[in-house]
Design a binder for this molecule. Sequence first.
Ligand SMILES: [Zn+2]
Length: 210
Amino acid sequence: MRNTCAKIPLSCYFPRRRTAFNITSALQHHDFDGLNEPGKSFSLNAKVLILNQSYEPISICTTKKALLLLLLMKADIVEERSNASIRSVRGRYPFPSVIRLSAYLRVPFKKIELSRKNILRRDGMRCNYCGTTHSPLTVDHIIPRSRGGNDTWENLTTACVKCNNRKGNRTPDEANMRLQTPPKKPHHVLFLKHYLGKVDEAWRPYLFMD
Ligand SMILES: [Zn+2]
């Protein structure tokens, strides 16, 4: 999948420095040794959502990078993972899930291309009518094109072949079919190259998915 949003290099957070920090050595300096909660699968590579100072989501980073931003007071924790913490010789730290930058960062984002591939990706590769993921998927015009429906994020949705055929040239109301999720323009964070597809529950309010 093409990256529609440039990964933000660490040096962007420290514009006055000529070289980026070495995360590993900085963390070693603080003697982090990972998690202290048995049975938890979180690691220092677990994903953390980065919010701008304005609370707009701007990127996803590893826990390692988030810890560095927190240690350097470049960010604050907004949401932490319950029942998990990070141990260092200096004490225990909450395990971040969402952090917020202390200063506003100007981030130019590329426009997400409206394409079949991106509609399917936005909808999690599942039919927005019946929810199946096991059938060949198509893109459905909610208001059919022949009746004035446009190619927009709001009027295009993922439909399995069966639902698409059943709906035919009708609106969902006419076909007595219900959309499981009203289609919206996706947030660029969901299209990050290193985003793994599963949305952390704690992230939902920030990604405007509710
Ligand atoms: Zn279906």
